[in-house]
Design a protein around this ligand. Structure first.
Ligand code: SF4
Length: 181
């Protein structure tokens, strides 16, 4: 008998703190149940470098530089359903605090005036991704299918949301699960 195909899931962190990924890991022993239903493609939990064809893509963090935009577009091209998880992906959150400051002034403040950083030099290695003038929420760059708010969303919220999606139900979250802090 053919085994049921597992749902393929990719995750990535753009301009975020990995806190949303940590919250996903906080489902603890339910991770074993999750792995009965899904297999991971590109994610910090695997060493896969590029997102392949997936059923669900989960994106943490806003779009702060050219590499973020490239990764996000690859996710959108390859994932049937794209989920923006956490406040950084949804509205920029803490990384977007720089949006009202001129980028050059920001760099000078951090790397030249504040001191404490070796060499007092603004990093200019050509391998570094080109920074954008501001941090963009994910929906301003690609189409997003679902938004999962919170900073981070709780493990229970992520579990409920993911299992609804995986089992083909429209995700329904209680009022208590929809956090905006
Ligand atoms: Fe971290 Fe909060 Fe952003 Fe998630 S939403 S990446 S927890 S700062």
């Amino acid at each position: 008998m053919n085994e049921k195909r597992k749902i393929r899931v990719a995750t990535c962190s753009l301009a975020g703190c990995f806190g949303c990924h940590m919250s996903l890991l906080d489902i603890d022993e339910k991770l074993f149940d999750l792995l009965e239903m899904i297999e991971f493609d590109r994610t910090p939990f695997t060493d896969i470098k590029h997102c392949g064809a997936c059923d669900i893509g989960i994106v943490e963090g806003g779009v702060s530089n050219a590499e973020n935009a490239h990764v996000l577009k690859e996710f959108r091209d390859n994932c049937k359903i794209l989920v923006a998880i956490g406040a950084c992906a949804i509205n920029g959150n803490v990384p977007a605090l720089r949006n009202n400051i001129d980028l050059w002034d920001c760099f000078q403040e951090v790397y030249l005036y504040e001191g404490g950083l070796e060499g007092n030099q603004i990093p200019n290695d050509p391998e570094l991704p080109l920074p954008f003038d501001k941090v963009y929420p994910v929906y301003e760059v690609v189409k997003v299918d679902y938004f999962l708010p919170g900073c981070p969303p709780s493990a229970d919220t992520i579990w409920k949301f993911l299992t609804d999606l995986i089992e083909g139900r429209e995700p329904k979250l209680s009022y208590e699960m929809l956090r905006y802090d």
